[in-house]
Ligand binder design. Sequence first.
Ligand SMILES: Cc1cc2nc3c(=O)[nH]c(=O)nc-3n(C[C@H](O)[C@H](O)[C@H](O)COP(=O)(O)O)c2cc1C
Length: 248
Amino acid sequence: MHYVGFAELAAAVSNAGGPGIITGLTQKTPALLAEEIVRCRALTDRPFGLNLTFLPTLSSPDYPGYIRAIVDGDVKAVETAGNNPQKWLPMLHEAGVKVIHKCTSVRHSLKAEAIGCDAVSVDGFECGGHPGEDDIPNFILLPRAADELKIPFVASGGMADGRSLVAALALGAEGMNMGTRFITTKEAPVHQNVNIMLDGAMDAGAWSCGMVAGLIHDIPTVKALIDRIMVEAEQIIEQRLARCAAVG
Ligand SMILES: Cc1cc2nc3c(=O)[nH]c(=O)nc-3n(C[C@H](O)[C@H](O)[C@H](O)COP(=O)(O)O)c2cc1C
């Protein structure tokens, strides 16, 4: 997440069982990204990933430089987004980096699979950030992706709690990706008014977020949030769903 995915938040997510993701282009140069990777490594000994977004810009960022920083920094997973990552796959794969490409449609997900991406992050229309151009929400998009994809995928967009996780698994995903929900945590590097806005009210100003803001009612630490999600998900599976299965 641009201007949110710094080392502190990524490390907090990884320390809580994540993995967290550093936003590559928030670092203005490859050298700064290399420093951010070192900072993250000092904050966690667990794996973390890195987002590299290929959006059309007037002056293209130094993508080869960013990829060198990723490889030299021994980051093992990259989330690509915004455009076809094919050109960069050989460099990443030769270095043993897994590539998970973020897609807002089934056809883009299939293309990602065909060009050799290792996994897909399927982003429904609910998502924060750039929702693509197909406008398909996750209740339709995820099962369609499950029907067609052979590579694994995570559900992204509108995910907030244990219910989201169980639903994502039921719809065929291997897990879930959260953006907006992590902005409203103690470790997110945002002004407290943004936290308060997502949690209820902000008098003025603008901030990019997803519709899932409607499900956010508190500002926990990342660890408290992830622990709560796991407890909720287990309770739903072991109690509510087990009762449903027993009735059947
Ligand atoms: C403030 C903000 C900035 C974001 N910046 C990026 C970005 O630079 N690159 C990217 O691939 N996705 C970006 N995203 C999208 C998130 O990575 C993620 O896919 C999305 O937030 C998931 O939906 P959710 O917000 O409903 O959890 C951003 C999202 C937000 C809310």
